[in-house]
Design a protein around this ligand. Structure first.
Ligand code: ADP
Ligand code: ZN
Length: 517
């Protein structure tokens, strides 16, 4: 059998492995059960294709996407590798060809759609042929809490037990919960050799800013990058239209894109973006799946993304050519309220909602980070790293202050008013602003009235935003966004924990003092 490094050049035409690939190939070749967590585009298909070519017998590949399976089979065949697929998209002729190759013992890779596992004949067919390994693409589809759950994936564990061969699972979904579920369902809870590599995109500059005047902020960001191709992601369809118009008014070539447009317009916009240099597409998250433009120079978020995974995917569309690319994500208290209420008002069961809140918290932790953003981002994906030198906080370290006292005052105002009011009213109480609402409720008589005069109104706004970002308080969707205290805040209220917040986003949102460390 050929050595993997020879096949890398002769079959795939690559001169070297990407980070992580060689280790995974070695483990799979050694017949270990493996779980590889790699970002989309990281090069995972090679990690099971190459070992399959080096070993005797057939490797079964289970993948949820028929189009992707067909592409891979076509590419493998073109490179002279015996591969075939059994999917509902097959012609009779194709199926016949697969079985002939199997009978003659030639086939190295057999791609199977998961629903095939449910058919009665499949298992006996698979027992008859010489299966020596199983590879599972998009292994997170086995997770019932994930967004891509495929019930047929639950049969894979049974298949592994029946064939008693090593299994290699691949996914780009890195959170702990999903990983645990993959291990329990595919490997019967026995921890496989696990590889996690390559989430860093060092050429992408990371930056967040608090929303001040979002339209102006996006226009300024685009103006500094004139003639460069970029994407602006917005939370709503309507906003994509108005922001695209605002950009055109400033003489940028810009166009909107969202799921409400008809399919033809969407395809035309995708093609135009691919073809044209310097076009800005202002889009909802519907834009991007099929986009494979290597020289997108920037991605901006006019609204906070849904989760840290969404953020990572969306900024990841920039700089695929490895040249420097820039990002800016805007966020504010309204984004936090909106995203929380979307989760709360959804139909998901409660533990799923908890998981979604946790994913949102991870993103908010990144938005309110007090140190290198890349460390926070990669840390979420399980990678450790040193300060990156390519994010806004590495550029200009954040100014911090001990906010324990301020946070305790805010919590006390929330509790003394029965967790029934939003930030605006609470800030009026703290700063001693005797509005009609404050007087009418008798809140000027509270011991917390005016105890926060040392901070300005906008400063208190920033404290509340950061408290929401740390999930110390949550807006109650059923009570018009009234803030409730969470369990995470109790130790601070009781004086058992201190808390550090960013001072720079409190003093001014616009003119940040530059400090050198
Ligand atoms: P995914 O991890 O999303 O399945 P693929 O396996 O499709 O990614 O690989 C993504 C791209 O990277 C493909 O175009 C592939 O040809 C390329 N690629 C994979 N491995 C290497 C390598 N060692 N050197 C150069 N390019 C590679
Ligand atoms: Zn950094």
């Amino acid at each position: 059998m050929a050595a993997p490094s020879d096949l890398l050049a002769s079959v795939f035409g690559f001169s070297e492995f990407r980070p992580g690939q060689a280790e995974i190939v070695d483990a799979v070749l050694a017949g270990q059960n493996t779980l590889a967590i790699m970002p989309t585009g990281g090069g995972k298909s090679l990690c099971f294709q190459l070992p399959a070519m080096c070993r005797d017998g057939v490797t079964i590949v289970i993948s949820p996407l028929i189009a992707l399976m067909r592409d891979q089979v076509r590419a493998l065949k073109a490179a002279g590798v015996e591969a075939g697929a059994l999917t509902s998209g097959n012609t009779d002729e194709e199926t016949e060809e697969v079985f002939t190759a199997l009978d003659e013992g030639r086939l190295k890779l057999l791609y199977l759609a998961p629903e095939r596992l449910a058919s009665s004949g499949a298992m006996s067919m698979l027992r008859r042929i010489n299966v020596t390994a199983i590879a599972v693409d998009e292994a997170h589809c086995v997770s019932q809490w994930g967004h891509d759950f495929r019930p047929d994936y639950l049969r894979i564990g049974e298949l592994r037990r029946a064939l008693d061969v090593p299994l290699a699972a691949f996914t780009a979904t890195a959170d702990e919960e999903t990983r645990t579920e993959i291990i329990s369902r595919l490997f019967d809870g026995q921890t496989p050799s696990t590889f996690l590599r390559g989430f860093d995109r060092p050429n992408i500059h990371l930056a967040f800013a608090v929303k001040d005047n979002p339209r102006k902020q996006i226009l300024a960001f685009a103006a500094a990058r004139k003639t460069q191709s970029g994407i602006v992601y917005c939370g709503t369809r309507a906003k994509t239209e108005t922001l695209a118009q605002a950009l055109r008014d400033e003489n940028h070539p810009a166009t909107a894109y969202h799921g409400g447009m008809d399919a033809e317009d969407r395809r035309a916009t995708e093609a135009r973006f691919q073809r044209e240099d310097g076009l800005i597409v202002v889009a909802t998250v519907a834009f991007g799946m099929g986009i494979d433009k290597p020289d997108i120079r920037w991605v901006a978020h006019a609204d906070l993304p849904k989760s840290i995974e969404g953020y990572y995917q969306e900024i990841g569309r920039a700089g695929r050519d490895s040249a420097p690319a820039e990002t800016l994500t805007l966020y504010g208290p309204d984004d936090i309220r909106l995203r929380r209420s979307q989760i709360d008002e959804g139909m998901a069961p409660n533990d799923r909602k908890d998981a979604d809140h946790a994913r949102l918290n991870a993103l908010l932790g990144l938005a309110e980070a007090t140190g290198c953003r890349r460390q926070v981002l990669l840390g979420y994906f399980g990678e450790t790293s040193t300060p990156c030198g390519n994010c806004d906080i590495c550029d200009r370290p954040a100014l911090l202050f001990d906010a324990t006292d301020a946070v305790r005052k805010a919590l006390s105002a929330i509790l003394r008013t029965g967790e029934s009011f939003g930030a605006g009213h609470l800030i009026d109480i703290l700063t001693g602003n005797a509005t009609p609402k404050v007087l009418q409720r008798g809140h000027d008589q509270l011991p917390t009235f005016a105890v926060g005069r040392d901070l300005s109104k906008p400063a208190w706004g920033a404290v509340f935003r950061q408290m929401m970002g740390r999930d110390l308080v949550r807006p109650d969707t059923e009570r018009y966004g009234a803030l409730r205290m969470t369990d995470a805040a109790r130790p601070i209220l009781r004086g058992e924990e201190t808390i550090t917040l960013r001072k720079d986003t409190i003093e001014t949102a616009t003119s940040r003092p530059v400090v050198k460390m």
